[in-house]
Write a protein that binds this ligand. Structure first.
Ligand code: PEP
Ligand code: MG
Length: 304
């Protein structure tokens, strides 16, 4: 399949949006030629690693917070501009402690955890007494892209949010740091069993859910996603996972909230797309190399 203008014109419209998973700002403009409905997951970690390189607290300590904000803003703006006016969902940093330690100066601020995958990551960092200053810089970069640059297609997503109370604290801080819910849509990742069980409560707080099938599978089945030994047991098609997804979609829709997916499952398991459509998913995010194929599959399934 060649992404020419004619080929794109020939593609059927789909009811279910197909979006990209993206990290690298350098690829944004070329990938924006793909006939997709925006970006469902833009990973900020990638931008911090490639454009900043430093642990945010290290730059704060050096009095160089502008350096962090500016570099992050540049990366965010590149992706936001490339896909404008289609929506791009920027996920707030979800580095694990071992990954933060790899950033310049990171070892000073990060504990050495035995299980970083279920350690100090995601939402719980953002309201931490010390780390919230780093979170403020991220919010400021996003705010500037939206308000100063004018890219209002840029919206935000909170990863690894363990409880609704945690969600409330994060949303309060975001409002304080210039990203109020009145102005910007805020999505939450559905990637912990608690997100599924308490979907009604998360639906009251956030504008939509994006299923992180990687973490959801890991935590539902109790299988470390990095373990080679357990790899055969890591199965996104397990009934415990698929039923969780089905029940989330039902509950979210009954509260008027859309549900997308941005984990790897639909990019790597072809039959997953059919399951998701049957379950009533609103959008599917995939890696760029399978975007067109996914679009054609969705169109075919919707027609059948
Ligand atoms: C996921 O958990 O499915 C996800 C998309 O997030 P990450 O892989 O970055 O943890
Ligand atoms: Mg995840």
């Amino acid at each position: 399949y060649e992404v020419t203008e004619e080929a794109i014109d020939d593609l059927p419209e789909t009811d279910t949006d197909v979006k990209l998973i993206l990290g690298d700002p350098a690829r944004a403009f070329s990938l924006a030629n793909l006939p997709v409905d925006g970006v469902g997951l833009a990973r900020e970690e990638f931008i911090v690693t490639s454009h900043v390189g430093y642990h945010p607290l290290e730059l704060l300590e050096r009095g160089e917070e502008e350096r962090f904000i500016d570099a992050l803003r540049t990366g965010i703006a590149k992706i936001g501009a490339a896909f404008y006016p289609n929506e791009v969902v920027f996920r707030l940093s979800d580095f694990k402690t071992d990954e933060y330690r790899n950033l310049e100066g990171g070892w000073k601020y990060e504990p050495a955890e035995a299980n970083p995958m279920i350690g100090w990551r995601g939402a719980s960092r953002y309201y931490d007494e010390e780390f919230r200053e780093a979170f403020r810089l991220e919010c400021e970069a996003l705010r500037r892209v939206r308000e100063d640059v004018g890219l209002d297609n840029v919206v935000v997503m909170v990863p690894f949010c363990r409880t609704p109370e945690e969600g409330e604290r994060v949303l309060e801080l975001m409002a304080e740091y210039g990203l109020s819910r009145e102005e910007v849509d805020v999505w939450v990742m559905a990637e912990l069993p608690s997100n599924i069980v308490l979907a009604d409560r998360f639906a009251e707080l956030f504008d939509g859910f994006s299923i992180g099938s990687n973490d959801l599978t890991q935590l539902t089945l109790g299988v470390d996603r990095n373990s080679e030994q357990l790899a055969p047991l890591f199965d996104e098609t397990d009934e415990s996972v698929t039923r969780s997804i089905g029940s989330l979609i039902e509950e979210a829709h009954s509260h008027g909230r859309p549900v997308g997916i941005c984990g790897d499952a639909p990019s790597t398991i072809p039959e997953y797309v059919e399951f998701l459509l049957d379950a009533g998913i609103d959008s599917i995010s995939v890696s760029p190399d399978v975007a067109v194929e996914t679009l054609l599959t969705v169109a075919e399934l919707e027609e059948a």
